[in-house]
Each structure stands twice: as structure tokens, then as C-alpha cells.
Design a protein around this ligand. Sequence first.
Ligand SMILES: C[S@@+](CC[C@H](N)C(=O)[O-])C[C@H]1O[C@@H](n2cnc3c(N)ncnc32)[C@H](O)[C@@H]1O
Length: 271
Amino acid sequence: MAGMSQPEFLDFSHLAPLAKTLWPGRRRDYVSPGLADPGLMRVFPDLAEGDVADLQWPYLRKDAPHIWRRDLRGVRNPYIGVLSLDEATLLYNNALPFKGKRGLEIGCHYAWSTAHLVAAGLDLDVIDPALGQPDQMRDVRDSLSRVGPARLWAGFSPSVVPAVRTVKPEPWSFAFIDGWHEGDGPRDDALAVVDQMADDALVMFHDLVSPHVAAGLAVFAEAGWRVGLYNTMQVMGVAWRGTAAPASHVADKDMPQPEGQFLQGFTALSR
Ligand SMILES: C[S@@+](CC[C@H](N)C(=O)[O-])C[C@H]1O[C@@H](n2cnc3c(N)ncnc32)[C@H](O)[C@@H]1O
């Protein structure tokens, strides 16, 4: 099982961090003009601003101006962050056209991103091995009880993806991949998902500033999907095909441009 090889602790000390500087000003939230914010922060009172200076993950854009948050219920790994508000509203607005259709999320943590997908009206499957922790499953259920239902699967992607797919006849029309970020994780997730999607479909990734995640988006490009990037705090990737189309996004004027040779083939979607 792929998940069995995931280490509990990772040493990044051999990698140079992406950001050489910290954003010098006060951090803020941002929502792009033209996008709707479902206002779910009130459902997540445990989301708290964290100090990015403390974080070791080399692919965190510490020089971006937006607030980085973690869920204080996450005691086992307090360094896991969630989507910025800019990113969560992008996820929500991209999912809205798929209201009533089947969706998939890989990597929910404490359900901040999940809540946005549920609020958009997706009929959602959610895969995360952390849901196997009884307290986390309870906390995720508690948060979602104020938003709407989702099918929660405690398991490792990509191993459980085929089994989850079979619980309903319809393919997924929307997918959000934000699970295991290292090595071949995102690419393996993408390979498991790409053939399970509807003809009119959209897939999003978080953390495209990581080359490992970019390799996941590349799977969709190689399969003939259109692909692009949103310039958010961690850069979001989108793949779409058929009648689906990505939402328009205006980036924060202070957001640094995405860097990295591995991002060169992807279209810039943010104005
Ligand atoms: C960065 S967090 C997700 C944050 C969440 N999407 C949000 O913004 O609210 C990554 C999640 O991926 C989960 N994860 C790790 N390995 C996984 C795997 N093999 N399959 C699915 N999820 C995995 C972790 O347990 C964690 O909850």
C-alpha cells in the first residue's frame, strides 16, 4: 500500500528554502474581485494565524503577503497549514458550477477546504488517513455538520481511490488533490484520479510551488487536459476539459510571481 511508505517525520535540512525573505509587512486575507466568499471562517474557530518563520517546509512562500493558518485541533502535527482565504475562495468558485455533481478531495486535514467544496454543493468523497484517528474524524464531522454532508474515507490515496470510486456509478466531475506532497505522492494521486473523471471535469491542486506537486498537474497535461496556474500564496494548479472552465482570478498586487523551471509549461491564469 502506497501510504505505508510515508514517513512520520521528514528532514528538509538538505533543501534550500524557496523564500529567501519574509513578507515584511502585516499579513492579510485577500479575496479576488469577482469571486464569492461563502464566509466559512465562522465555522472554524480553531483556525489560527501561524508564524511562517517557524516552518521548515522548503516550499512555503514566506515572502507572500497572506495569512498562513493552522487548525489548533491538529495536535499531532501542528505544522500542517490550510488553504489561504484567497485559495479557499478559488476552490469554492471553481466547484460551484459542479453543484450536485460528484467530487473528490484527497487530503482534508480538519475540513477547511472540504467545507468549501461541500458549501459549493458537491456530492463529495473525502480521503485522508488521518480520519482514522477517532478524535480527528469526530472534529471533521463536527465542522461539516454546520455546512453539509460528505462521505469520509479513512485511508491512503492512491491505494483507496479505486474502491472509493466504486461506491457510486458516476465518475467524479471535480477533484481537489492536497494529500501527500512529497516524492511521487502527487503524481501517484493524479495517475489514480485522471482516468476516473467525467468528460466535463476540473481538477485542482494546492502547493504548485513544489516540483513534486507540479509533477501531479503534469499528469493531466500529458493526458490532454488544459492546465494552468493561479498566483496565490502557494500557487494553485488547475486542469480542465470538456465544457469545464477555470474561474477568473485577479492576484493580489503584492503576490510574488511563481518561480521554477518546472512551472514553465503551465499557463498563467491570474490577472
Ligand atoms: C496540507 S493538509 C490538507 C489541508 C486541507 N486541504 C485544507 O486546506 O484544509 C494535507 C493532508 O493530507 C493528508 N494525507 C497525507 N497522506 C495522505 C494520503 N496518502 N492520502 C490522502 N491524504 C493524505 C494529511 O493527513 C493531511 O490531512
